[in-house]
Design a protein around this ligand. Structure first.
Ligand SMILES: [Zn+2]
Length: 82
């Protein structure tokens, strides 16, 4: 469990962080490529129990509407390894 953002960010409208270009890879939800995704920060980030990294953002796939989970692989590794 990761601490949620401050209470003031509970409303989704306060967590819209802008557009992201994922046209350099295939969408994990539909397999197409999207160059404009509306990215939203999770109020409560999702911890990946396997490697300790957190998914901190998501964007709806424009084709299916399913959420594409995003994380920052430049974050320091939680276990201290490189
Ligand atoms: Zn998609």
């Amino acid at each position: 469990m990761i601490e949620p953002l401050a209470e003031e960010y509970r409303d989704i409208e306060t967590r819209r962080v802008g557009e992201s270009d994922l046209s350099d890879r295939n969408c994990v939800r539909c397999g197409d490529r999207h160059d404009r995704l509306e990215v939203v920060a999770f109020w409560q980030p999702i911890l990946d129990e396997d490697d300790g990294f957190a998914y901190r953002w998501w964007a709806p796939c424009p084709t299916t509407g399913d959420p594409i989970l995003m994380r920052d692989l430049k974050e320091p590794r939680p276990d201290g390894a490189d």
